[in-house]
Write a protein that binds this ligand. Structure first.
Ligand SMILES: *Cc1c(COP(=O)(O)O)cnc(C)c1O
Length: 395
């Protein structure tokens, strides 16, 4: 695979504000204007890359490596992430009146969540840049994935978690040899402390969208969906949203695939951003017609991945939802836990509360007539249930 072509060319402001472009071989975080940077590729040259070449490739996200942030001859830092199953959920679909309901089961990734995709890409790039120490503020899963890939790459890892994080998340970091700091407050407070400590020491910060490559790992979910649906789009993608890398990443993937000729520009999926009633900055901004999302005060939810009161890529999430003709939905915690059990008991899939939230959102959109019975719907189960089993205690 190391002899594959590489089309990674530069970094560009996501606004775009006009600054840059930024050198792909340099160490960059945000644009000078403060917005996230996005990796760009020579897509005109990539039209030479036929999708038939995927046929003999390994079943991981690196099967799309030509449009990943790696240079020719580089080896990715991988644990086999990606190419997760797209399961036809017949029993659950029957209950909902949706014969074409699918579950994209991201719980099967290393460290039990789709955060593995982002960290595989980020740590690959960090290693390529000669980084020694990586740091991340995390609600849980991102820290676990980062710790695992840092161990795999031989880098020192510093993880900053909210003090009230569920025990399995903190312990799993220890398992991979990471240095864990518990912080009073939320992920935003953890981010502040990580930057304060790490800045002077030159730690490489892999915070969501402050680092340009996690989104490149997450975008492979868009490539996979298209490939697994025989190069068609589903009608709906229902996605639990925290920092929004998955949402923004898939939207970017659709754009890239259309430009390299893998997909004919057609009606793209409607993107549904699912949040918790106890932390719904994107839903509120969507409903108010705002371009940016204000900080959500007093964020609280059982779904740790959704406990993100402010997202630096908020405008990119809102853009994707609106351009797609999608919507944003908030779900109470109790419905998420019901959803975990319903997914588990009907389909045998281990679902995190975030996955349960996606199910609750689908049910609501079917009831209000937004999702039609003949439409295809992909429920993103972004993580597994094991680290959240306390949530089902006594049920
Ligand atoms: C991080 C996380 C999310 C939110 O993901 P984003 O792409 O950052 O919006 C959803 N579910 C789980 C299980 C997570 O760990």
């Amino acid at each position: 695979m190391t002899d594959a072509a590489a089309y990674f060319s530069h970094l560009e402001c996501s606004v775009p504000c006009g600054a840059g472009p930024y050198d792909a071989r340099g160490r960059h975080h945000l644009c000078t204007c403060g917005a996230p940077l996005l990796a760009r590729y020579d897509l005109a040259a990539a039209r030479q890359w036929p999708r038939q070449s995927l046929r003999d490739r390994e079943p991981s996200m690196w099967r799309y490596r030509e449009l990943m942030p790696v240079f020719a001859g580089e080896s990715p830092v991988t644990l086999g992430e990606g190419f997760t199953p797209l399961l036809h959920a017949r029993t659950l679909g029957q209950r909902l009146g949706l014969p074409r309901l699918y579950i994209k089961d991201e719980s099967l990734n290393p460290t039990n969540s789709f955060k593995a995709r982002g960290q595989s890409a980020a740590i690959t790039r960090a290693k390529g840049l000669g980084v020694v120490t990586v740091s991340v503020p995390s609600a849980g899963n991102a820290g676990n994935a980062m710790a695992a890939y840092a161990a795999r790459a031989g880098l020192a890892a510093k993880v900053f978690l909210p003090r009230d994080v569920k025990t399995p998340f903190a312990r799993e970091c220890v398992l991979y040899g990471a240095d864990v700091t518990l912080v009073d407050g939320l992920i935003t407070d953890a981010a502040r402390l990580a930057a304060e400590r790490g800045g002077p020491l030159g730690w490489y910060d892999v915070s969501t969208l402050k680092e340009p490559y996690r989104i490149e790992g997450k975008k492979t979910m868009g490539y996979e969906l298209a490939e697994q649906l025989d190069w068609t789009y589903p009608d709906w993608i229902v996605y639990p949203t925290g920092g929004g890398t998955g949402m923004v990443g898939m939207w970017k993937a659709f754009d890239e695939m259309e430009r390299i000729g893998w997909m004919t520009p057609q009606r793209r999926p409607r993107m549904v951003s699912v949040q918790a009633t106890g932390c719904q900055p994107i839903v509120r901004a969507f409903e108010h017609g705002d371009e940016r999302a204000a900080m959500w005060e007093g964020a609280a939810t059982v779904a740790d991945g959704l406990r993100v009161p402010r997202a630096i890529g908020d405008f990119l999430i809102l853009r994707a939802v609106r351009e797609s003709g999608g919507t944003a939905v908030a779900v109470p915690d109790a419905d998420m836990v019901d959803g975990m059990i319903e997914i588990g008991s009907t389909e045998g899939v281990s679902a995190a509360p975030e996955g349960g939230a996606a199910l609750a959102a689908i049910r609501r959109l079917v009831r209000d007539g937004s999702i039609k019975p003949d439409e295809s719907v992909v429920l993103f189960n972004t993580g597994g249930a094991l680290k959240y089993l306390d949530a089902v205690a006594g049920r």
